[in-house]
Design a protein around this ligand. Structure first.
Ligand code: NDP
Ligand code: HSE
Length: 435
């Protein structure tokens, strides 16, 4: 039996998951590939800890680049995270024409365009299924399964940590901080959780999805990102009272004059499928012109779900040995010389219905002033309701649901409302999506 020898760079949550699943499903995977897969070399920062986990036979290197250069390594698995070391590892693998599998969305979002170009020149492969939506095979679906379609939109819950936090806050009344600590303990969060809670991780994944959906370069810097740190339990409850759940959605849409790419907390009707996606689960809703709507659901984070995607890539890479580059699925799902330069739209050009909450002193004329400002900006009100104070704060909350409104108009209106004497706190605005 021929062997494929892996270099495992990173023996953390995902690295361990990969090692465990490869060992447990050795026979099954061997029947699929025709090869025995072994980890022959590895690295981590703490080599003693890695040795304790990996056992005595695997060669450990201090320098990740020595794993890449190790002559007993055929395929590199990059699972260190971050951008600096990971980028050197992938560039070195490409230079040596060794295929590399990565779960690193930060790296692909920031440097994917260059790395794919380099890989194409050297005839190497960079596989990244695990970088988006953990165990859900969304990259494969977009690049292969939906290839007949003109994709119209993709909307998803792409970050397990924030979905877990929002679910725990809603269902168990946990504070944001307690729910975040639980997510970190369970291995869902990035080493710097700011990436999760500020929407950056979801934004990086969205940029990759948009590139594959529309055949455009990856443009992570053009994603509008708003996280969940400003979200209060009060708004989650108010949304619930009006029949909505709050989810951190990553949305990309084809519009006549460009593409939208945005991540923000979003009110979704409680009876739509995405509203019931709880915990660290992810879901991706893709709308194509031929297929209509398709929905992908599964674990978006965690050791073994992510390992499932890493190993799926590994199996693909093994199967692609000897296949000419021109016969392989292109990185962006579109031929690299046929990428589109249609622009990403500014957030100001987006149109959404909105939930607004304005805390005001309970005095006459306030409602009329707010309604007047909204009317001035052409913002049409669907519902306006006063919620009584629970006694823990001064003032009352005015909750407003608007009809679909241009982002610029609502921004102007909110600025004016905030400046009213009777408004006692910065108004809250959450966008609404219905599916
Ligand atoms: P961890 O922090 O759990 O593990 C990182 C591993 O890399 C550790 O073994 C660490 O060493 C090692 N490492 C870090 N820096 C270096 C370095 N400079 N040199 C050598 N080794 C280094 O991360 P995860 O496993 O959670 O994530 C890995 C990648 O997978 C990231 O890109 C992440 O975004 C992605 N990902 C993670 C998911 C998850 O659910 N956790 C899901 C999908 C993708 P040591 O053990 O000594 O600290
Ligand atoms: N921190 C990420 C999440 C890991 O919570 O979804 C998966 O990419």
């Amino acid at each position: 039996m021929n062997k494929v020898r892996l270099g495992l760079i990173g023996v953390g949550t995902v690295g361990r998951g990969v090692f465990d699943v490869l060992n447990r499903n050795r026979e099954e995977i061997c029947r699929r590939t025709g090869y025995e897969i072994v980890v022959s070399a590895a690295t981590a920062r703490d080599l003693k800890k890695a040795r304790g986990f990996l056992g005595p036979t695997i060669k450990l290197h201090e320098d990740p680049l020595d794993v890449v250069r190790d002559e007993n390594v055929d395929i590199v698995i990059e699972l260190v995270g971050g951008v600096t070391t990971a980028r050197s590892v992938i560039e070195a693998s490409i230079a040596l024409a060794k295929p590399v599998v990565t779960a690193n969305k930060a790296l692909i979002a920031e440097h994917g365009n260059e790395l794919f170009a380099l890989a194409k020149i050297s005839g190497s492969i960079v596989a990244f299924e695990a970088a988006v939506a953990g165990g859900i095979p969304i990259i494969k679906s977009l690049r292969e399964g939906l290839t007949a379609n003109r994709i119209q939109s993709v909307a998803g819950i792409l970050n397990g940590t924030t979905n877990f936090i929002l679910s725990e806050m809603r269902a168990r009344g946990l504070s944001f901080q307690d729910a975040l600590s639980d997510a970190q303990r369970l291995g869902y969060a990035e080493s710097d959780p700011t990436f999760d809670i500020e929407g950056i991780d979801a934004g990086q994944k969205l940029a990759i999805i948009a590139a594959l959906s529309f055949g455009i370069p990856i443009q992570a810097e053009r994603v509008y990102c708003e996280g969940i740190t400003q979200l209060t339990e009060g708004d989650i409850r108010a949304a619930e009272d009006f029949g909505y759940r709050v989810k951190l959605l990553a949305i990309t849409k084809r519009r006549a004059n460009g593409f939208e790419m945005r991540v923000h907390p979003t009110l979704v009707p409680h009876d739509c499928v995405i509203a019931s996606v709880d915990g660290a689960m992810n879901a991706v809703l893709v709308r194509g012109d031929a297929v209509g709507e398709t929905l992908y659901y599964g674990a978006g984070a965690g050791a073994e779900p992510t390992a499932s995607a890493v190993i799926a890539d590994l199996v693909d890479v093994i199967r692609l040995q000897g296949v000419a580059a021109c016969a392989q699925v292109p990185y962006f799902a579109f031929q690299t010389d046929r990428l589109s330069d249609v622009p990403i739209l500014d957030m100001g050009e987006v149109e959404c219905s909105c939930y607004l909450r304005v805390r005001v002193r309970d005095e006459s004329g306030v409602l009329a002033n707010i309604a007047g400002i909204l009317a001035e900006q052409g913002v049409s009100i669907e519902v306006m309701r006063q919620r009584e104070s629970n006694g823990s704060h001064a003032g009352v909350d005015i909750v407003i649901f608007t009809h679909k409104t241009n982002e610029r108009s609502i921004n102007h209106a909110l600025k004016k409302i905030d400046a009213l004497d009777s408004v006692v706190e910065k108004p809250v605005r959450l966008r609404i999506e219905t599916f």
